[in-house]
Design a protein around this ligand. Structure first.
Ligand code: SAM
Length: 274
């Protein structure tokens, strides 16, 4: 049997397949998720069912989104999981999670995510945050660090700002490569994301916040006077109470919010492009 084979399935690299196989770790993850009956639970990438099975044991029913048709087929024919599963054989990146949500039953989404698409997938999932109660994901440890990072840290960037603006970010546990088959080359971590019920200092336009982050962190070694010069002048930065000689990683979330609102109010500022 090949070293990348697990439970008779040959792991596919293109689908980011690294299967959990350590019962103690699986049990800790399920404890962190804490699934309960009658909740609106959705798993992304159930794979061979390492998390699916113990979650079903506690919750009784579960929706899953799985892109690999072989794995979706296995689940559809699984003797005791199949009747309790609603299987969507689809790409989670394109999946309309809102379709499964209701006012009374907000979504509880979880998964050991395929690492090759984890950042775009997180951005896609954040678009449904108003319908979500919480999310638990296994990600590369480095991605969880970026999500949870604060100002003046190397890992502080667009992912930190866009996630923290919308959710509380709680790193839950770290997991080494040996917990998976095949073992990935990186360390992993579980993160809990809890969407804010109310955003105290909201941006006028979320796209503007994203745009400010892209301009800032595209060249993170530049001072913001330089990286923002197409969007806002040094004088205007000062009038917002932001020091133009800082680097983007020195700014706080509130500064990015001010900048986003500024560019929403002043969309084209050609004169600054000097
Ligand atoms: N949950 C299993 C476990 O923990 O052992 C498998 C986790 S594995 C890291 C990622 C899973 O996501 C695989 O089952 C893979 O086929 C699935 N997958 C990959 N890309 C996907 C996508 N775009 N949409 C939905 N599922 C995807």
């Amino acid at each position: 049997m090949s070293k990348n084979s697990h439970l008779g399935h040959q792991a596919k690299k293109r689908f980011g397949q690294n299967f959990l196989h350590n019962d103690a770790i699986i049990s800790d993850i399920v404890d962190a998720i804490n699934p309960e009956p009658n909740e609106n639970l959705i798993e992304i990438g159930p794979g061979l069912g390492a998390l699916t099975e113990p979650v079903i044991e506690r919750a009784g029913a579960l929706s899953v989104v799985e892109l690999d048709r072989d794995l979706a087929h296995r689940l559809r024919h699984h003797p005791f999981l199949a009747p309790k599963l609603t299987i969507y054989e689809q790409d989670a990146l394109k999946f309309d999670f809102a379709e499964l949500a209701s006012e009374e039953k907000p979504l509880r989404i979880f998964g050991n995510l395929p690492y090759n698409i984890s950042t775009p997938l997180i951005f896609h999932l954040l678009t449904f945050k108003d319908k979500v109660k919480d999310m638990h994901f296994m990600l590369q440890k480095e991605v969880v660090e970026r999500m949870a990072s604060g100002p003046n840290c190397k890992s502080f960037g667009r992912l930190s700002i866009m996630t923290q603006y919308q959710c509380q970010v709680i790193p839950v546990m770290e997991i080494g490569p040996e917990a998976f088959k095949p073992a990935p080359k990186v360390d992993s971590a579980i993160v809990r994301l809890v969407p804010h019920k109310e955003i105290k200092n909201p941006v006028k336009d979320l796209k503007a916040l994203n745009q400010v982050c892209l301009s800032a962190f595209n060249q993170r070694r530049k001072t913001i006077r330089n990286s923002f010069k197409k969007l806002i002048s040094a004088e205007q930065l000062q009038s917002l109470g932001i020091d133009p000689s800082l680097r983007p990683e020195n700014l706080h979330l509130d500064d990015f919010i001010k900048l986003a609102n500024f560019i929403t109010n002043n969309p084209i500022n050609e004169n600054n492009d000097k």
